[in-house]
Write a protein that binds this ligand. Structure first.
Ligand code: DC
Length: 209
């Protein structure tokens, strides 16, 4: 039987870590749906160039496969921005719907994390969480992550990037970032990751008897 946990929220709120922990705890499969947009963004930067010509990007988005998600070049700041840009194109979103719904329907349970999982991709999910944090806290975490990886950047630039991505993800007309009305909100601004995971597991536990 399928059991779907939808976890949405802005960039760097901790939803990836929470999603992985929930999936591991319950033995569910996990899909980071941001990777789908990152693959399209990455390939578009390589093949189409930074102008991201719309028709070419749409054609690329129809070809994303599970193997692409394992690419090791999807986590850079440039790819994050490109992902956020291609994610605004309605045809790109439509091309990626089936992949996500198929994943959600797999037997044994699935956790999908992204921006529109509880609202558009899986509106009937068994549990919906909205994991968020202030822009400053998220930028600080992302800055640390990039610095640990040796990327040359500064906090102000990362904060600007986070805010630009928030604006683009929230203001787009198709499937904008927003909490489903029945989502449980977890604000991780002043929470340890351990507490955030515990809150998420408790929320899923209450529905997964
Ligand atoms: O979660 P992430 O940072 O890897 O996502 C990268 C971009 O992809 C994000 O800025 C917006 C887009 N995205 C989306 O529009 N819908 C999703 N379900 C997941 C990501």
């Amino acid at each position: 039987m399928s059991f779907v946990v939808a976890i949405d929220g802005p960039a760097a709120a901790g939803k990836g870590t929470v999603s992985k922990a929930v999936a591991a705890h319950f033995g569910f499969a996990h899909l980071d749906t941001g990777l789908l947009y990152r693959v399209v963004g990455r390939v578009a930067l390589e093949k189409v160039g930074p102008a991201l010509d719309e028709a070419a990007v749409i054609a690329l988005s129809t070809k994303v496969s599970e193997a692409d998600l394992a690419r090791d070049d999807l986590r850079t700041a440039a790819v994050a921005q490109a992902a956020s840009k291609v994610a605004v194109i309605p045809e790109v979103r439509t091309a990626l719907v089936e992949f996500q719904r198929k994943f959600a329907a797999r037997a044994g349970g699935a956790v999908l994390d992204g921006r529109d999982i509880g609202t558009v991709i899986c509106p009937n999910a068994d549990v919906k969480l909205f994991v968020t944090a202030s822009a400053e806290v998220r930028a600080q975490r992302r800055y640390q992550e990039l610095a640990d990886r040796g990327e040359n950047t500064d906090f102000e630039t990362v904060l600007e990037d986070v805010k630009a991505r928030d604006a683009r993800d929230s203001d787009r007309t198709v499937a904008p970032l927003s909490a489903a009305s029945d989502a449980i909100r977890i604000d991780t601004s002043e929470m340890s990751i351990k507490d955030a995971i515990a809150a998420a597991i408790a929320a899923v536990d209450s529905k997964h008897g």
